[in-house]
Structures are given as C-alpha cells and as structure tokens.
Design a protein around this ligand. Structure first.
Ligand SMILES: [Zn+2]
Ligand SMILES: [Zn+2]
Length: 273
C-alpha cells in the first residue's frame, strides 16, 4: 500500500503546497482522501488521471478540504466514454453538499451535453454517508470510518484503510479523541493534519487563535501515535507552513513524544506502508 500526500497546504494559498488531499494506492485502486485546491494537478503529478480515481472519501466539509470536489466530478465525467459514477464517501451532509455542487455545475453540464453528441449523460455521483463502521469495500480493501472531533465542525470522520496486510489511518482535522485512537490503533502509517500551537498562539490575530482548539498540535499527533502503537507518523497540512530550514523543528517536537518514524509531508511525497 502506498500513500502520497498530494496536497499538504491549508486554507492559506501557498505556491508550493496544494490544498489538503492524500492518495492511497492499493490492490490496483486509487483512493482519494479529500480534494483541496489543485488536487487534480497533484494527481497528474502522481500519474493518476481523473478517470483512474476509484473513490473520493471526504473527512469533513471544510472548504479547504473540498474546494476541488467539483473539478474531480466534472473532469472525471468529461473524460469518460460510458456513464461512470464518481463514488463519494463522506460524513453526514455529504449528499447535500454534492447536490449543491452539482447545482452550481448545471450551466456547464448543459453546455457540454449540448456540444458533444456522444456525451449523453450528466455527471453521476454515488454518495455514501458514514459515521462509524465500514465505509468502502473493494478488491479485498476495507475502509472503516471513525468519528473524530473537529468541533464546532460536525460531523467529521477519519478513515482506516486495511489492505494487503497493512493498515493506513487518514485522520483529517481533529483533536485527540476516542474515535481517533480506534482509527489509528497499530497502524503502519498514520497521517495527521497538524498545527504548531507554540507559533500560532503567539500571533495576536483572533481568527488565527481560533484554530488552536480544533486541530491536533504536533505534540498531540505524536502522543496519539505513541499511545496507539503506530509505526510511522506523517505530519501533513502543517500550519503555519514550515519556513525552509525549519522542518527539523517539527520532527524534533514530535520525537519528544514518539519514537517511531516521523515524516513532515511535502506535496507528492510517496511512502510505502
Ligand atoms: Zn477543517
Ligand atoms: Zn483543514
């Protein structure tokens, strides 16, 4: 099983970090977790064309994680030669979100259906809403959803992928919680979005200070990894984006709590579980 951190950014535009998105490749499938800014550009960088995405799984409906859901749906649709549904999994509210996304695309859909004689169908989306339990199953792959805590954003989920004898946990934005512990128990790879609370709390901007109470800090991510016997911790969606040369600080902070392998994600970093 391979994990590629496609986009490792946050809501703040960054020339080197696309929006949050992670690709898991296993048993011949390409599974996309979240679809932030630039996700299909980064998929192209990973040699994954839109038509090759087997399923898109959303951790939550915050805009930075979903800005390019419309691009995945549309580009997969216009590159298909037979009606092919986009399989979408997400927390409660995802069906409504997809319905609204499709509504914004109505004009574009109409233009294309009228222009291309062989494109006789509209985009098809098959949505499954999940909270706790089996979320996706194919080719021997089992993906389980677990509730996470990103309050007041609710509901949110993380995904545990079990395939080829390995376990990968994709957490999304969350503080440590019971669901997160179950999600990453004994995982080979645990991918966690993180913030540097030591930096953020010293920036006197109220809107930035607000993010402190609903993300895992680097230390908390490391504590979760240690508590749950994880092998490798991947820190992603780092806020604020690490300045060049400071990457070692992030790793060192995590090493204070966790003795396994620690990686600070960059866009298109590919790791084998
Ligand atoms: Zn969020
Ligand atoms: Zn986020």
């Amino acid at each position: 099983m391979f994990v590629t951190t496609l986009g490792t950014g946050s809501p703040m535009p960054d020339p080197n970090r696309a929006g949050p998105a992670t690709l898991v490749q296993t048993a011949g499938q390409n599974l996309l977790f979240d679809a932030g800014r630039g996700v299909l550009m980064r998929c192209a960088g990973a040699m994954v064309a839109p038509a090759m995405i087997n399923a898109m799984l959303l951790t939550h409906l915050h805009s930075d994680h979903t800005t390019d859901v419309n691009d995945v749906i549309t580009t997969k649709w216009i590159n298909s030669f037979v009606p092919t549904p986009t399989i979408i999994v997400g927390p409660l509210g995802t069906q409504r979100f997809i319905d609204r996304t499709l509504a914004t695309l109505e004009d574009d859909i109409s233009y294309r259906v009228h222009h291309h004689a062989d494109l006789t169908w509209e985009p098809l989306c098959e949505v499954t809403e999940v909270s706790d339990g089996l979320a996706y199953e194919a080719e021997g792959i089992k993906i389980f959803a677990f509730p996470t805590d990103h309050a007041p954003v609710h509901p949110t989920v993380g995904y545990r992928i079990e395939s080829e004898g390995k376990v990968v946990a994709i957490a999304g934005d969350t503080v440590p919680c019971e669901g997160l512990d179950r999600l990453c128990k004994d995982a080979d790879l645990y991918v966690q979005t993180v913030i540097r609370d030591d930096i953020v709390k010293n920036i006197p901007i109220p809107r930035l200070l607000d993010i402190l109470d609903y993300h895992s800090s680097v230390s908390q991510a490391a504590q979760t990894a240690a508590k749950n016997n994880v092998k490798t911790l991947i820190l992603t969606h780092p806020v604020p984006a690490p300045q060049p040369g400071t990457e070692g600080e992030w790793i060192a902070m995590a090493q204070e709590h966790f003795s396994g392998t620690i990686l600070l994600a960059e866009d298109l970093m590919r790791v084998e579980a």
